[in-house]
Design a protein around this ligand. Structure first.
Ligand code: DI6
Ligand code: FE
Length: 417
């Protein structure tokens, strides 16, 4: 028998489901065949039991660390233009909500995104994805939500799919029609409700028919939509067997997270204003922490981290990469911010950007270094995995395997990449 790769003499942060903490294996090896992990274990076990296996390519890790490929489970990285001007207004004291109310904010990005061709939207979005991939991100979730009409939402989701064709990455797409009320609906007596009806009767069916979305998301917020309106979207999503996610409790407590959990949401995201007493109602829904948005908005209300821990709620960490509240194309930076601003441990931050990020996307074969899992694997020149959250812009992977192929990393050229 032949395997494609053997990465030997490494320490591994496996984050395997049946282990605690990092799930560390020392003096270990990982083998890859095709796009799958086919062996994880101590060097001794490899040497003893695999003498009949030929290995096409071998890397001596010399004590380096292996982790699962990073997973950014919440981004809005497909958008047109930028909002640097609003950044200046906010620096002068204007609030995010007041800018949104006068037609800036999300609607400003909607104008730019609508104006671009598919190709130009792709060209503007690709560099942001490239920044994530350089750090070892191998799976990215991308939301629509800057189109707010069927045509532009579809254009955004198509761009997300094109990115997956051109880059070594798995992309999960999420339809976020319920992000803001588009200008065409502002003259209705009940603009929000009219637009929600349109999402459920027109937009979602069109997007589901073209299989452009893996999940459906909403912005449950005073400046977004009420918990009841979001519930209408969840019910429509159920008809197409699409899992739901929710932006909830980012700026106020509308009890949106609990409502989403009642619809088996795969994640509730932001949740700074989630009441600690409500945490027990989240069941198995993943809490996605977005510290880069917390940082950029200079938010002071912290998510109920201690209650989430006590409740054993899985906590993921993502960038929220978007033009308004999180122009941050670095998941490692978000991990650092999760520790410094929100009090996560480096182990929680890394597990939140691998194992639990996979869970937030309902992916069962990623986020762990485990036999049978996808071979999305990083090799790091570090002494301990806590270093990944500790430094800002300290580290890039030495090698990046995506779907079993060596696709990048600082030292990849040594191994024929
Ligand atoms: N919450 C966010 O953090 C982004 N969307 C949302 O619902 C921000 C969107 C933006 O300001 O462009
Ligand atoms: Fe977001």
């Amino acid at each position: 028998m032949e395997y494609d790769w053997l990465i030997e003499n490494v320490n591994i942060a496996t984050f395997a489901a049946d282990t605690d903490g990092y799930g560390i294996q020392e003096k270990a090896a990982v083998a890859i065949q095709g796009n799958e992990i086919v062996f994880v274990g101590p060097m001794d076990a490899w040497s003893k039991d695999h003498s009949n296996i030929e290995v096409r390519r071998k890397i001596d890790g010399a004590g380096k660390w292996v982790t699962p490929g990073l997973i950014d489970c919440h981004t809005h990285l497909v958008f047109g233009g930028n909002r640097a001007e609003e950044f200046e207004w906010r620096l002068q004291g204007e609030s995010y909500e007041s800018i949104a109310k006068k037609g800036g904010g999300i609607l400003s990005s909607v104008r730019h995104t609508r104006a671009l061709s598919l190709e130009d939207l792709y060209r503007q979005s690709a560099p942001r994805l490239e920044r994530l991939l350089e750090e070892g991100v191998t799976t990215v979730e991308i939301k629509s939500g800057y189109g707010l009409d069927t045509e532009t939402e579809i254009k955004m989701l198509r761009v997300a799919k094109m990115l997956e064709e051109h880059y070594p990455v798995t992309i999960k797409t999420t339809f976020l029609g319920a992000h803001a009320v588009p200008p065409e609906f502002q003259h209705f007596d009940h603009p929000k409700q009219a637009y929600i009806n349109h999402i459920c009767s027109e937009m979602l069916p069109a997007i589901a028919a073209q299989k452009l979305a893996d999940a459906v998301d909403v912005f449950c917020e005073g400046i977004g939509f009420s918990a009841d309106q979001c519930e209408q979207v969840y019910q429509a999503a159920q008809q197409y067997n699409l899992p739901i996610k929710a932006h909830a409790e980012q700026l106020s407590d509308l009890k949106g997270a609990v409502r989403a959990a009642q619809y088996q949401a795969i994640s509730v995201d932001h949740i700074e204003y989630l009441n600690a007493e409500d945490v027990s109602q989240l069941r198995s829904t993943v809490a996605v922490l977005l510290p880069a948005a917390f940082y950029c908005l200079k938010e002071t209300q912290l998510p109920p981290i201690e209650a989430l821990r006590k409740n054993n709620t899985p906590m993921a960490v993502a960038t929220d990469l978007n033009p308004g509240t999180a122009p941050v194309a670095s998941l490692l930076t978000a991990m650092n911010q999760a520790c410094i601003l929100m009090g996560l441990t480096p182990q929680e931050a890394l597990k939140g950007a691998t194992h639990f990020a996979a869970q937030a996307l309902d992916i069962k074969t990623k986020g762990q270094i485990k036999t049978g899992f996808d071979a999305d694997i990083l090799l790091w020149n570090i002494q301990h995995p806590a270093e990944l959250a500790y430094g800002v812009n300290f580290h890039r992977p030495a090698c990046i395997w995506q779907a079993g192929k060596l696709k990048g990393g600082k030292e990849a050229s040594r191994y024929g990449f």
